[in-house]
Write a protein that binds this ligand. Structure first.
Ligand SMILES: [Zn+2]
Length: 410
């Protein structure tokens, strides 16, 4: 039996970053494969230990076990596949096999070396069913799974070229080692993680405050997921800077709140993704993780509180889930009120995405009970500076934005 409560997960923070000089020698003449942004981000996550104990892309034994038992072959709980796909044609062309090293490239630059331990095929339909509980193509995680090439190449990776995190994200980029050091410096024995993909409204603010109280925490880590965007999403800059503004403006004391980014393409796997989020935030040094309604869900594939219930079926993961219900605006309580406390559910006004969008687009007056004026101000500045006039992702943003991560010329 392994001890799933160890922090980092598995007991050791994985770090697989090669010094530049050695990297230059090692990759000379190596066959190379251009990888997707998703896989490039995952290489960085693996190399800095966000995904400890993973040291690379999963082999078949691990993948089978993750899909069937929600553990790695070693027995450590793990819920989401982390795989590197390749087409049979690409493999033929590269002429590599087990035991060879393969250079993974991003933006035409070297990124990481993968030591090939295994090349295997997988039933993608079955994998989708096991991970997402559906094979419906409308589920974004399922379509991502089905879009994989037909082979997976597995083995440990080593980062050979350190990516540049571009402004304004650079100030929010902290590796697990750096975050753990920051927590120590700030005296955060207990840190509660807040997963976010949204500009924070008052409901989010109170969710964080409530979870901080519930956990008896020293600090809140906002961990903003930065990854593939689709039209209509908030632009990443507004999310990150909006959260940071809550601290700057004193809604959280300077010493109890920190905003950080996580490079990850959401799988929307509901409860399985909640477990994954918990493990990653444990690796960052967090001791608690808040889970709201329909955490990491999409459509109606998962029960509203499935992400709360799943932790009852798992061993102690060394990070305590803090299940939270909804915060809404209640005119009778005359404030932002908690579902579990407020007895005026009939009069409640949801702090819905639609309401917040209407405020941001100028259709509704902002109110500290819905959206902080300071946050609105940041969102509007971000529209001009980063969003081509809009706080929401559109085609122009997708095509012309400055990427979060760039590869330096090697
Ligand atoms: Zn009330």
């Amino acid at each position: 039996m392994v001890d799933n409560s160890l922090s980092p997960h598995g007991g050791i923070l994985v770090e697989r970053v090669s010094p530049l000089g050695e990297a230059v020698k090692s990759i000379h003449g190596m066959p190379h494969l251009a990888v997707s942004d998703q896989i490039a981000h995952e290489c960085v996550d693996i190399a800095y230990g966000f995904f400890s104990p993973l040291e690379g892309f999963m082999g078949k034994k691990d993948l089978d076990s993750v899909a069937a038992n929600m553990t790695l072959a070693s027995g450590y709980v793990w819920s989401i596949p982390v795989v590197c796909d390749i087409s049979p044609e690409e493999l033929d062309e590269l002429n590599v096999s087990q035991g060879d090293s393969l250079l993974l490239t991003s933006e035409g630059q070297p990124l990481a070396v993968l030591e090939i331990q295994e090349i295997y095929s997988y039933d993608k339909e079955l994998l989708a069913q096991q991970i997402y509980g559906t094979t419906d193509h409308a589920h974004p995680g399922v379509s991502r799974t089905k879009a994989y090439q037909d082979l997976f190449v597995a083995g440990p990776i080593t980062l050979v070229n350190t990516p540049i995190i571009n402004p304004p994200f650079d100030q929010f980029w902290h590796t697990p080692r750096q975050l753990r050091r920051s927590f120590e410096e700030m005296g955060w024995g207990k840190a509660v993680a807040h997963q976010s993909r949204n500009v924070p409204h008052s409901g989010h603010e109170w969710l964080m405050k409530g979870a901080w109280l519930a956990a008896g925490a020293d600090g809140v880590l906002v961990s903003v997921v930065v990854g593939e965007k689709k039209p209509g999403d908030y632009i990443d800059e507004a999310i990150v800077l909006g959260h940071n503004r809550l601290r700057e403006a004193g809604f959280f004391r300077q010493d109890v709140h920190l905003t950080s980014i996580l490079l990850w393409d959401m799988r929307y796997a509901g409860p399985r993704e909640a477990v994954f989020h918990a493990l990653v935030r444990k690796n960052l040094g967090c001791t608690h993780h808040m889970f709201g309604r329909d955490h990491a869900g999409v459509g109606n594939y998962y029960d509203t509180y499935a992400a709360h219930q799943i932790f009852d079926t798992l061993p102690n993961l060394g990070i305590q889930p803090i299940p939270v219900q909804e915060w809404w605006y209640c005119p009778v309580c005359a404030g932002v009120a908690y579902e579990g406390l407020c007895g005026h559910a009939k009069q409640k006004q949801d702090l819905s995405g639609t309401l917040i969008r209407s405020i941001i687009q100028g259709g509704t007056e902002p109110d500290p009970l819905t959206l902080r004026a300071e946050v609105l101000d940041v969102v509007q500045k971000c529209s001009e500076e980063y969003g081509f006039g809009s706080p929401f992702v559109d085609q122009t943003y997708l095509e012309q934005r400055t990427p979060v991560m760039s590869m330096p010329t090697f």
